[in-house]
Design a protein. Structure first.
Ligand SMILES: [Zn+2]
Length: 143
């Protein structure tokens, strides 16, 4: 028996969401000592700030990033209900479940992604030389 695509994706997204929520919970419970030590530089400016205050600030930032992930997943779940999640932005084909399992927020199928990457590479290889001083002056004169 095969599980329908929608159900597979639903389970995958929910699993991902639970994983992130668990991380948020864990980091709140464990505190953020290690992160504080890494990011904390004593300067005159913040010397009067208590470590506690700083810890809270950093914890909020870390939690913020993870909350954004949760928002992304909620958004994906909504789109899944509407039937628009997991479709390629370029060709509109369904992105294979296996690919979404690895990259839940990918917006293109492998073929279109490769094409987009190739185009990007060509663009980068043909980056025009920085404008010369003359061009810059011309632009200024035009204003
Ligand atoms: Zn595509």
């Amino acid at each position: 028996m095969t599980v329908p695509r929608k159900e597979l994706l639903y389970r995958m997204l929910l699993g991902e969401k639970q994983r992130i929520l668990a991380q948020i919970k864990a980091s709140m419970e464990a505190g953020v000592e290690a992160d504080v030590r890494m990011g904390f530089e004593v300067t005159q400016d913040n010397a009067d700030k208590s470590i506690d205050e700083l810890e809270k600030h950093i914890a909020a930032q870390i939690t913020g990033v993870r909350s954004e992930m949760v928002d992304l997943i909620d958004d994906a779940l909504n789109r899944l209900n509407e039937g628009t999640y997991g479709l390629c932005d370029d060709c509109g084909e369904e992105i294979p479940v296996e690919r979404l399992m690895i990259l839940p927020f990918v917006s293109r199928c492998v073929r279109c992604q490769e094409q987009a990457d190739r185009l990007k590479k060509i663009e980068q290889e043909h980056v025009i030389e920085p404008p010369s001083e003359n061009t810059y002056e011309d632009e200024l004169l035009e204003e």
